[in-house]
Design a binder for this molecule. Structure first.
Ligand code: SIN
Length: 294
C-alpha cells in the first residue's frame, strides 16, 4: 500500500512542513491510536523524521504508553543536578526552568539556549526516538529547531563527503545541551580523554537505508585518529554544513503539542526564553535497537 493509501485508510492527514524535514499529523488522539493509525504514523515518521501532533491531552502514563508503541524506553539521562524525573516514572524526563517551593529545579536545561545535539549520543546505543510534550510554554522564545542529518550529508561537497566516510567521532558525555556538566562527571579540556563514545561519522539509517551525518554535539567532539587541530578543523567544516537554515524546521510550541523526532537522523536545539516565564515539558526516549552503523 502507498503512504497516501495508508493515511487515507487510517483517516489521518499528514501535512509536510515544506522544509527539509517535519510534518504535522492531524486527526489523531495519541491516547487511543488504532493499529492502522499507528502504522500510518510510523510511515510518516520514517518519511519526515519529525512529526508534530497538536492539541493532545496526555497524562504521564499516556505519554509513556504512546512512546512504548515504538519500543522499550530508556531511562531519562542524568542531568546537571541529578536525575529529574516524575516520581515512579524513570522514563519521563522533565525539561523545565521552574523551581519547586524549596527553590530546587523540577527539571533540566534551565531557560538558556540548548545547543544543537542528538539525545544521549554519548552512549554506546543512543535512543532511536525522542518525544517532547508541552505542558506549559513561555509567551515568547523556547522554540525548538530540528535539522535533517540526511540533508546535511547530501549537502556536503563530494570531497568532504568522501573524507568523512569511514571516520569515527567521539560524542562527548561531559556537558548537556544547556552547557551544564552532567552529575558525577569531572570535566576535562581534552576531548580525547573526556567520557563519551565513538560512533561512525557517516551512518546508514536502519529503516530508510539513507546515509546521514552523525555529529551528536560540537562541544568536546573529537574525530578519532586525527591530531586535535585536524579534528577541530574538520569538525568545524562539517558543522558549517550541518545546521544551515535550509536544512532546518522549528516548532513554535503550543500547550498540548507533542513532537516526535527520529534521534538517528536529526539534531535539535532550543531558543532561550525569559527566566521569569514558565516552561514545562515532558520527554521520553525510545531505546535504539542497534548502535549507529555505517
Ligand atoms: C531537548 O533537548 O530534548 C529539549 C529541547 C527543548 O527544550 O525544546
Amino acid at each position: 500500500m502507498s503512504s497516501a493509501e495508508t493515511f487515507a485508510q487510517a483517516g489521518l492527514e499528514v501535512v509536510p512542513t515544506g522544509a527539509a524535514l517535519g510534518a504535522e499529523v492531524r486527526g489523531v488522539d495519541l491516547r487511543r491510536l488504532a493499529e492502522v493509525e499507528f502504522a500510518a504514523v510510523l510511515d510518516a515518521w520514517h518519511t519526515h523524521a519529525v512529526l508534530l501532533f497538536r492539541g493532545q491531552s496526555l497524562t504521564p502514563d499516556n505519554l509513556i504508553g504512546f512512546s512504548r508503541r515504538f519500543g522499550g524506553l530508556d531511562h531519562a539521562p542524568v542531568q546537571e543536578h541529578g536525575q529529574s524525573i516524575v516520581a515512579g516514572r524513570p522514563e519521563l524526563y522533565i525539561v523545565s526552568n521552574v523551581l519547586d517551593d524549596a527553590g530546587k529545579p523540577i527539571g533540566s536545561l534551565g531557560n538558556g539556549e540548548a545547543v544543537w545535539h542528538t539525545d544521549m549520543s554519548y552512549l554506546p546505543r543512543p535512543p532511536k526516538a525522542s518525544m517532547l510534550y508541552a505542558l506549559e510554554i513561555p509567551p515568547v522564545g523556547g522554540d525548538t529547531h530540528f535539522a535533517s542529518m540526511y540533508a546535511a550529508y547530501d549537502s556536503l561537497p563530494p570531497a568532504l563527503r568522501a573524507r568523512a566516510q569511514g571516520l569515527m567521532v567521539k560524542h562527548d558525555g561531559t556537558y548537556n545541551s544547556g552547557g551544564f556538566v552532567r552529575a558525577g562527571v569531572t570535566p576535562t579540556d581534552d576531548p580525547r580523554t573526556a567520557p563519551g563514545h565513538l560512533h561512525p561519522l557517516v551512518c546508514r539509517h536502519p529503516e530508510t537505508g539513507r546515509s546521514m551525518l552523525y555529529l551528536g554535539r560540537r562541544r568536546m567532539a573529537y574525530i578519532d585518529g586525527l591530531s586535535l587541530p585536524e579534528s577541530e578543523a574538520l569538525l568545524d567544516e562539517l558543522w558549517s554544513y550541518a545546521t544551515q537554515p535550509a536544512l532546518c524546521w522549528k516548532n513554535a510550541w503550543r500547550v498540548g503539542d507533542l513532537v516526535l523526532w527520529d534521534n538517528r537522523c536529526t539534531m535539535h536545539r532550543r531558543d532561550p526564553f525569559d527566566a521569569a516565564a514558565r516552561r514545562v515539558m515532558h520527554r521520553t526516549q525510545v531505546k535504539g535497537e542497534a548502535p549507529p552503523m555505517a
